[in-house]
Design a protein around this ligand. Structure first.
Ligand code: RNT
Ligand code: ZN
Length: 414
């Protein structure tokens, strides 16, 4: 008997249909961040700022739209499942001879080439206004800036991004998520905490007031606990984000690098699902702080996916990746992280949540522990390999060969 057939039987004994798990997984969209390919630099030729940082200088960073697209294409060859592409506003493309515009004047046409690219690859698009790496964000204040002129600039930017997402949604026939994250905060203890938050609230209200079709565009707000150089206070804190979102009927986005080190997003998901129609996630790996390391198949990644699957909420959670490691091959970084999201989802789909839940309700915690641990050595690999082969992507031991060849032939020549 082949290995998959045997694994299928083993999982059937615990009430799991591996074919069904594979089928479900293949339809779960995961939005891949474009910014791993160039260390969040974008095409504006400015240094990264805004309380976030990439470290490392591995050769081969994408330096222009063509290179970034080519690298995304290369990565996607090794990533199974349904992929969306997550763009940032600073990845606008100005055609040769066209005069670049500032971020408050961006238009859909500046993303036409991305739309063509996405369509060619059967991907839908998500979007992010870029509130960092810009002269008007030099002091790390944007939508909460005390200067109304600067706030207005950033409000116009937000509205421009909503329009661009509308265009994405129409073109790709799939609603586009626009995620608002601002770096705004202070290095030291602020004299006034409520003022900046009130200004952020009012600026967001002005953006949401632009009028948009929620069938086409979904809007989320991503909170954060601190940033580099902004250690003491973040305007868009967790409480701000959650309450703003729920009161305005938009989505909360939780990035698992944005909480205190012992707080876990996996524990937040169920509460959020009880009170929100939909939620959004940035999957990442924090190492001591919001360091944006490549996602591993670690306990928290698995636990997050378990929470989504066990709550039967795959269609209510918008999953995206968000990390940037410049110290290793960037294409491999994409592939490893995206494959690990897929693996964690598969692991969750292969777990008998109902019967485990019953054990909990019956107070049979010893058996629950025993079986939860037994799960870990089930023939997961055989189901994963079957999934990869049905998705026409290489297995774990071979995909890197192609990436290494690509590094030699393409990346090393940049
Ligand atoms: C920053 C946020 C945000 C960014 C991207 C580039 O802390 O996580 O999502 O990583 O917008
Ligand atoms: Zn994020």
């Amino acid at each position: 008997m082949d290995r998959y057939a045997s694994a299928k039987q083993t999982f059937a004994k615990i009430g799991i249909d591996t074919d069904q798990a594979i089928r479900i997984l293949s339809g779960v969209p995961v939005s891949m961040h474009c910014w791993q390919g160039d260390d969040v630099r974008g095409f504006e030729n400015v240094e990264l700022s805004g309380g976030i940082q990439t470290t490392g200088n591995y050769p081969g960073r994408a330096r222009c739209p063509e290179e970034l697209m080519q690298d995304i294409e290369e990565a996607c060859k090794s990533i199974p499942g349904t992929k969306r592409l997550n763009l940032h506003a600073n990845y606008a493309i100005f055609e040769p001879g066209e005069k670049p515009v500032d971020r408050d004047a961006l238009e859909p046409r500046h993303f036409r080439r991305w739309v063509d690219f996405a369509k060619r690859h059967g991907m839908a698009l998500d979007f992010n206004p870029t509130y960092f790496s810009h002269p008007y964000a030099a002091d790390n204040l944007t939508l909460s800036h005390p200067d109304p002129k600067i706030r207005e600039f950033w409000i116009r930017h937000g509205i421009a991004c909503v329009r661009i997402a509308e265009y994405f949604a129409k073109e790709t026939e799939s609603s586009s998520l626009v995620n608002f994250w601002i770096p705004d905060g202070y290095k030291d203890i602020p004299a006034d905490r409520i003022g900046p938050r009130k200004r952020f609230m009012e600026s967001m209200d002005a953006i949401l007031g632009c009028g948009y079709d929620p069938e086409l565009v979904r809007i989320s707000i991503e909170s954060k606990v601190f940033g580099i150089g902004l250690e003491s206070y973040t305007v868009g804190s967790a409480e701000f984000g959650m309450q703003y979102a729920i009161s305005r009927g938009i989505m909360s986005l939780m990035d698992n690098g944005h909480y205190h080190p012992t707080e876990t997003v996996s524990d937040k998901i169920s509460s959020m699902l009880l009170f929100n129609k939909e939620i959004a996630l940035h999957l990442t790996r924090s190492v001591r702080w919001d360091s944006d390391h490549v996602i591993r198949l670690d306990e928290e990644t698995k636990e997050i996916c378990k929470e989504i699957v066990a709550a039967d909420a795959l269609d209510r959670v918008r999953i995206a990746t968000d990390y940037f490691d410049a110290s290793i091959n960037r294409i491999a970084a994409w592939v490893v992280g995206m494959r690990n999201v897929q693996k964690a989802l598969l692991y969750a789909l292969l777990t008998p949540h109902e019967s485990f839940g019953q054990l909990q309700d019956q107070g049979r915690f010893t058996k629950l522990l025993v079986l939860t641990e037994a799960m870990k050595t089930m023939p997961f690999e055989d189901v994963w390999n079957e999934y990869c082969s049905r998705q026409n992507v290489p297995d774990d031991w071979t995909w890197y060969d192609a990436v290494e060849t690509y590094e030699q032939d393409v990346l090393s020549k940049r």
